[in-house]
Design a protein around this ligand. Structure first.
Ligand code: HEM
Length: 151
């Protein structure tokens, strides 16, 4: 029970960190930005990356560690797999913005760098997908989408 509570806590705190960092990144974006702001966004982006790792670690342990429900409760649930797919998709979508921020953070801190439209679009898309996941989580945690034998 205590381990499950701890894992749920880590899962939730990581979600807060992911949402917070992504919203901050988005709110800092402008048509062009000085390199010092890009460096700030790159630092926020590393918090996002770290939180994605702790979220995944806690999620995988909740799933496969069987601290709460049996692993099959999740493994045989198509909504759970949709949730995982969206999470992986968000990770893929974040690759280009991350590379852009890392590449452009160094140099004259006052120099203005144009921000490609694709970076805006990708961060916006990540946020959109992120807000769908809790709905899927709530459904699957109640057994909606479970395709195995009755438990
Ligand atoms: C951005 C990504 C994610 C979000 C926003 C998210 C959100 C949530 C939420 C809100 C819950 C609580 C559901 C409830 O009790 O009603 C939850 C539970 C859970 N999540 Fe995630 N999650 C994410 C990623 C993951 C990943 C990557 C995994 C697995 C590898 C995972 C595995 C689990 C498990 C096993 C539970 C326990 C469900 C239960 O109560 O039976 N999650 N998640």
């Amino acid at each position: 029970m205590t381990t499950e509570l701890f894992l749920r806590y880590v899962h939730f705190v990581s979600i807060f960190a992911i949402v917070g960092s992504l919203v901050s990144e988005y709110s800092l974006l402008q048509k062009q930005l000085p390199r010092k702001t890009i460096a700030k966004i790159a630092r926020i982006d590393s918090v996002y990356g770290l939180a994605a790792v702790t979220l995944l670690a806690a999620g995988l342990t909740l799933w496969l560690g069987e601290f709460g429900k049996p692993a099959v409760f999740y493994s045989k649930n198509w909504i759970f797999h949709t949730k995982l797919t969206l999470f992986a998709l968000i990770g893929l979508l974040s690759i280009y913005p991350t590379i852009f921020f890392l590449k452009n953070r160094k140099g004259n801190p006052e120099e203005l760098v144009p921000i490609p439209k694709s970076v805006w679009l990708l961060v916006r898309l990540e946020l959109l997908l992120l807000f769908i996941i809790p709905l899927l989580a709530g459904l699957m945690s109640r057994g909606v989408g479970y395709m195995g034998n009755p438990m």
